[in-house]
Design a protein around this ligand. Structure first.
Ligand SMILES: *[C@@H]1O[C@H](CO)[C@@H](O)[C@H](O)[C@H]1NC(C)=O
Ligand SMILES: *[C@@H]1O[C@H](CO)[C@@H](O)[C@H](O)[C@H]1NC(C)=O
Ligand SMILES: *[C@@H]1O[C@H](CO)[C@@H](O)[C@H](O)[C@H]1NC(C)=O
Ligand SMILES: *[C@@H]1O[C@H](CO)[C@@H](O)[C@H](O)[C@H]1NC(C)=O
Ligand SMILES: *[C@@H]1O[C@H](CO)[C@@H](O)[C@H](O)[C@H]1NC(C)=O
Ligand SMILES: *[C@@H]1O[C@H](CO)[C@@H](O)[C@H](O)[C@H]1NC(C)=O
Ligand SMILES: *[C@@H]1O[C@H](CO)[C@@H](O)[C@H](O)[C@H]1NC(C)=O
Ligand SMILES: *[C@@H]1O[C@H](CO)[C@@H](O)[C@H](O)[C@H]1NC(C)=O
Ligand SMILES: *[C@@H]1O[C@H](CO)[C@@H](O)[C@H](O)[C@H]1NC(C)=O
Length: 767
């Protein structure tokens, strides 16, 4: 498996000051002299994806190929998921300058910055932080290395003699031979030069015999120790000096257990007694090269247990220093990577210490990591709410396709929909998409089956692991059925008008409202004197009596019916789809209506005018022939064309038709005088709304007139009788109504309705 994963973890950087101030200096993330090896971690961004290392010493420059590195004690680990390459070099690696106390490492690292190949040098000097044990074993990822002290290789009592013969070994390693053994087979001996050609390295240095072998050599064999697989290379070196033969056993054996996943732990086994008989063993374990003591490790959740001479190490999935990664391959999977480092210290019966160090990269199997979606839409909100959850924290939503239209994230600020990202308590991420049902992207179609509007949103999420190659697509579809019957207002009568109320619906946007042909807007409401409140829940419209839009019928002194209608139209076509009509009965002692077709209908109470002693009386208008439609005591109802019955017309920006309800006592008819006391009634029409009056000569106002009942007692001289009507001449052309048609001219504005001439009241009136 290739891990093409991003830099997920921030390493604690410890810069080595001796590194020159070149490009590499910025790339070196960590450089350390550890117990048995030197390590350096370099940013892959600096080295490029395939970093090339060379080891440099007096003999020249040696490219660290895979094979050569394994033979010579170098281990190069490209950890793309961390964005770094780690080089570990054994203190006994081939091209390390070994002095008594220090080890000097020189490397060339090829970096590629802006396409420019640069060779950088990297130098480090280490003094081993701890004295070495008589036997040190390194189970690296690519090789096994054993080093033993001269002294410890021999019985203790001979140590004096050893010091005298030591120079002989050091100066002529060629005198040494090596044989490799497999179970039941002993191979022919060879000299070190010959062994080196076969990939083995044998060396006498710093007072130690060093033996190194890559894994999988022809002379290696696999054995099982209590069920744990172990790779072994058994080398014996010997030197013959006359009758005196010295043999040193150099066994390299390492557990090659691959690890096993179990219950949230990565388990890894190694035999306790890899190296001969063992009386005590101690373990230190850690990740990324940091070691914790056995007790400390247990406190940190690690398992260290022994069964049947097998040591089992358990690393919890959530161990600090472990890496959790997401992998996309047709689906989303997760796995954990642990860069395990284990130090085993054992003491044998001769109280000689053996230290074994393991470097193992343990990878858990892929486990599916399914995303979850949830349709959280609440129909009443009118918004699709779709939740996408369980998104791993190293994955991100990069784009979204909504009904086939692709949008890159982050969305622009003027986007019509919203996606909010949230961290969940379990450290996964969630994305919540909100889109209005009315959004043009939402597909709407009428569903006959449900008799409702089906709103549909197909979502195709694209998620990526940053730095990963393969995008992951996740699709889901949400639908909402919206009732499409046009809304119906609830209407109530009040003493002074009609109130309509509508609870908002998600489907509101499908409709618009109008009063007649005029769209219900705030502007209309203000202009006409309606009262409207519109909050998130309800729309309330009150039409006060006598505002435009009312129709009146059955007008009598008892009262009248007023009707108001709100039309519901299709928002797209403006076609009327429904209406709410409310008719209310209104009672009022007095009222006046000035209709668009020029009728003044007025109920007035003349109780303040007619002395009670004079009742009964006859009521009339300026023109005495114009009598009430209805009388009840002092209350009278008149209904007449505004421009008849002797109405007086005033033009002052608008047109006012004024008349007066007068009375004549019934008795003593002959002796009665004309009475000028009464109630003035008038209708005022805006001149603009009367434009048709001048073109088609028909009284037709765009708007109703404003009526007024004026009770002030007149003190002016009595109005002239019919014989001498008030004549006001106006030098304008106003149409007059004669025999069902208007004629143009200059007219007697006070009205000239004369006895016996008209067949029907109002028909022959002059304006
Ligand atoms: C590393 O050592 C080599 C040779 O010893 C030297 O030429 C080079 O300048 C050194 N580089 C640094 C960065 O110190
Ligand atoms: C490193 O770069 C130098 C100079 O470009 C080149 O000669 C050398 O072969 C490169 N080394 C490796 C290991 O690629
Ligand atoms: C090692 O052995 C090979 C083959 O036996 C021989 O050719 C070579 O000279 C020997 N090298 C030394 C240094 O003895
Ligand atoms: C130990 O080994 C014995 C015999 O091989 C086996 O029966 C037993 O199950 C082993 N115990 C464990 C914990 O593996
Ligand atoms: C989702 O989108 C991707 C790329 O935009 C496309 O390849 C894939 O076929 C889409 N999936 C579905 C189910 O439409
Ligand atoms: C109409 O009257 C009913 C009953 O009195 C009341 O619940 C409702 O709120 C009223 N509606 C309006 C629009 O005033
Ligand atoms: C009422 O308010 C809603 C928003 O809350 C708006 O969409 C609607 O157009 C308003 N209706 C009228 C008649 O103003
Ligand atoms: C006249 O008005 C009174 C009270 O205002 C009422 O009781 C009576 O019925 C009315 N008469 C007629 C004929 O309408
Ligand atoms: C008529 O004109 C007067 C004066 O311009 C104005 O105050 C009044 O509101 C107008 N009335 C109508 C009904 O237009």
């Amino acid at each position: 498996m290739t891990f093409m994963l991003g830099f997920g973890v921030a390493l604690i950087l410890s810069m080595w000051t001796t590194v020159g101030c070149d490009v590499l200096a910025q790339g070196v993330l960590q450089m350390e002299c550890r117990e048995h090896y030197f390590m350096v971690a370099i940013d892959l961004a600096v080295t490029g994806p395939n970093p090339q290392f060379e080891a440099v010493d007096m003999t020249g420059v040696h490219a660290l190929t895979e094979k050569y590195a394994a033979e010579c004690g170098y281990s190069i680990n490209i950890l793309s998921f961390l964005g770094l390459v780690e080089l570990r070099a054994s203190y006994f690696s081939c091209h390390t300058k070994k002095n008594d106390e220090t080890f000097v490492f020189n490397f060339n690292v090829n970096t590629s910055i802006d396409g420019k190949e640069v060779t950088n040098t990297l130098n480090a000097t280490c003094s081993p932080p701890l004295p070495w044990a008589p036997r040190e074993v390194s189970c690296e990822v690519n090789y096994m290395e054993v080093s033993v002290q001269y002294e410890s290789a021999c019985p203790h009592k001979l140590s004096e003699d050893w010091s005298s013969v030591r120079p002989a070994y050091s100066t002529s390693p060629s005198e040494w031979q090596v044989t490799f053994q497999k179970p039941d087979v002993v191979l022919a001996p060879m000299n070190f030069t010959e062994a080196r050609k076969q990939g083995y390295l044998l060396e006498l240095t710093n007072g130690r015999f060093v033996f190194r072998t890559p894994y999988g050599q022809p002379d290696s064999y696999i054995t099982k120790e209590n069920g744990v697989q172990v790779e072994v290379v058994h080398a014996s070196i010997f030197s013959r000096r006359g009758w005196f033969v010295i043999i040193v056993d150099l066994v390299a054996a390492c557990s090659t257990n691959q690890g096993m996943s179990s219950d949230g732990y990565m388990m890894w086994d190694t035999p306790e007694a890899l190296y001969s008989s063992v009386s005590t063993t101690q373990f230190s374990i850690g990740l990324n090269g940091d070691l914790l003591g056995q007790e400390n490790a247990k406190q940190n959740g690690f398992i260290v247990e022994k069964h049947n001479n097998t040591v089992r190490i358990g690393i919890p999935y959530n161990a600090v220093g472990g890496y959790r990664k997401t992998f996309v391959d047709g689906g989303i999977f997760e796995f954990h990577i642990f860069l395990m480092y284990l130090k085993q210290v054992s003491v044998d019966d001769y109280r000689r210490e053996t230290v074994v160090r393991f470097h193992r990269t343990l990878v858990t199997p892929l486990t599916p990591y399914p995303l979850v979606t949830e349709d959280q839409t609440v129909l009443q909100d009118g918004v699709f709410t779709v939740f996408l959850g369980n998104v791993p924290d190293d994955m991100e939503l990069t784009s979204i396709q909504l009904n086939g239209q692709q949008f890159k994230l982050p969305l622009p600020s003027d986007s019509t929909f919203m996606i909010t990202e949230e961290v969940q308590p379990d450290n996964t991420y969630s994305y919540t998409l909100k889109m209005l049902f009315s959004d043009p992207l939402v597909v709407q179609e009428f569903s006959k089956e449900h008799a409702a509007m089906l709103h549909q949103l197909n979502i195709n999420y694209t998620l990526m692991v940053p730095g990963g190659s393969e995008p992951y697509h996740y699709t889901t579809s949400v639908t909402a059925l919206l009732d499409v019957s046009p809304p119906v207002f609830e209407a109530n009568c009040t003493a002074s008008g009609i109130t309509f109320m509508l609870g908002h619906q998600p489907s509101d946007y499908l409709w618009e409202f109008s009063i007649g042909t005029d769209l219900l807007t705030m502007e209309l409401v203000t202009r006409r004197g309606y009262i409207m409140s519109n909050n998130s829940q309800t729309l309330v419209l009150t039409a006060p009596l006598f505002t435009r839009g009312f129709d009146y019928r059955d007008v009598s002194l008892r009262g009248f019916y007023g009707t108001f209608e709100i039309l519901v139209r299709d928002h797209d076509t403006s076609r009327v789809r429904a209406s709410t009509i409310k008719t209310c009965f209104f009672e009022s002692r007095e009222f006046i209506m000035c209709s668009t077709d020029g009728m003044m209908t007025v109920a007035a109470d003349l109780s303040g005018v007619v002395p009670s002693g004079q009742m009964p009386v006859n009521f009339h208008l300026y023109n005495k022939l114009c009598v009430p439609n209805e009388v009840n005591g002092t209350r009278v109802l008149f209904s007449f064309p505004v421009n008849s019955c002797g109405s007086v017309v005033k033009l002052r920006g608008n047109v006012t038709y004024k008349n007066k309800i007068l009375y004549t006592p019934k008795k003593n008819k002959l002796r009665s005088r004309d009475n000028n006391e009464g109630v003035t009634v008038q209708c005022t029409y805006s001149i603009n709304s009367l434009s048709r009056l001048f073109s088609v000569f028909k009284f037709e106002s765009d708007t109703e007139g404003v009526g007024n009942i004026i009770h002030s007692v007149q003190t002016t001289p009595a109005l002239p009788t019919t014989a001498a009507p008030l004549q006001i001449r106006m030098p304008i052309h106003l149409p007059a109504y004669q025999g069902n048609q208007y004629i143009s001219g200059i007219y007697d504005l006070a009205g000239s309705f004369r006895k016996g001439k008209g067949s029907r009241q109002g028909k022959k009136n002059i304006l």
